[in-house]
Write a protein that binds this ligand. Structure first.
Ligand code: PMP
Length: 306
């Protein structure tokens, strides 16, 4: 077990992690039919604060809705549960994983009528793509799944096979992470990150029409960019625009702001982390740690009663 002495919220109760058991034949384990979220809490002067909790819970509920999953818990109840898990585990900084799944081990594909369970775990977590000097990426030969095939706005386990195959292809070829193009050939996103490029001080990112998960961090970065006075454009991006960009970076709850310094063996800019990326990353860290009053509304302080 990777984690010990954790407390998890499971169907309304706080339980010891070791004691939560599901049968190996559980539907969501066999068929990838779970839905989930990834949220971070950061330390601040007022103790741990959960970043953009409301938006993550809203996306969680939307994922459930798309898949006809009745979670039985309202937005406020789930928010409260997340706060409780962070508090119970006495973690100042952590990664929070809400997960809903068909808790039924009867063999059979259709989840119709099967019991849904929800758990929320919070674990210590550092940097995800722990590469302050920047990542090396490969444009995947696998295309991002289109929302004609699967609802891409639902953060569902099964979608991640597309991410996993692309990530493995990149890793086996000696890169850190994959970048996926959409079915139309334009840039979509990373395996588990949205992507931005900087060209002549303009910040560009694929828009909502691209087959991307509308990331909470993506939205934060767009707001930060406006706050810092940069122009942000959402539009289709050709892959060669990435090669010739001044700067490229990933965004995501886990990835935060991860600079990309090399794609397919081509140096991005001069191969170092760019100044715009640095500025945005610094502002992001200040915001999540509660140091920017204009963005304090994004924080849910764990020690303040909900
Ligand atoms: N795209 C994909 C495919 C992801 O898995 C993630 C991580 N949730 C993101 C983008 C970034 O989303 P967020 O900023 O909400 O974490």
């Amino acid at each position: 077990m990777a984690y010990q002495n954790l407390k998890v919220w499971f169907d309304g109760e706080i339980l010891d992690y070791e004691k939560v058991k599901v049968p190996v034949l559980t539907h969501s384990l066999q068929y990838g039919s779970g839905i989930f979220e990834g949220i971070r809490a950061y330390n601040t002067d007022k103790g741990p604060a959960i970043f953009r909790l409301r938006e993550h819970i809203e996306r969680f509920l939307n994922s459930a809705k798309i898949y006809h999953m009745d979670l039985r818990y309202k937005k406020e109840e789930l928010e409260k549960a997340v706060v409780e898990v962070v508090r119970e585990n006495k973690l100042n900084e952590c990664y929070i994983r809400p997960f809903a799944f068909y808790n039924d081990d009867q063999i059979g594909l259709s989840p119709f009528g099967k019991k849904v369970s929800v758990f929320i775990a919070a674990v210590p977590f550092g940097k995800y793509l722990s590469l302050d000097g920047g990542t090396k990426c490969k444009i995947s030969t696998w295309k991002r799944i289109s929302s004609e095939t699967l609802p891409i706005q639902a953060k569902a386990s099964g979608n991640y096979l597309n991410s996993i195959i692309a990530n493995l292809e990149a890793k086996f070829a000696g890169y850190d992470e994959a970048i996926l193009l959409g079915q139309n050939g334009y840039v979509a996103e990373g395996a588990g990150e949205n992507i931005f490029l900087v060209k002549n001080s303009t910040i560009i990112t694929p828009g909502p029409q691209a087959d991307i998960l509308m990331g909470v961090t993506r939205d934060t970065i767009m707001q930060i960019s406006n706050f810092l006075g940069y122009t942000v454009v959402e539009r289709n991006v050709h892959k060669e625009e990435l090669y010739t960009a001044d700067e490229v970076f990933f965004t995501g709850t886990a990835a935060e702001i991860t600079p990309i310094v090399n794609i397919d063996g081509i140096k991005i800019g001069d191969g170092n982390v760019g100044n715009v990326t640095k500025k945005i990353r610094e502002t992001y860290y200040n915001i999540v740690h509660g140091k920017v009053k204009e963005f304090e509304h994004f924080l849910t302080y764990v020690n303040e009663k909900l």
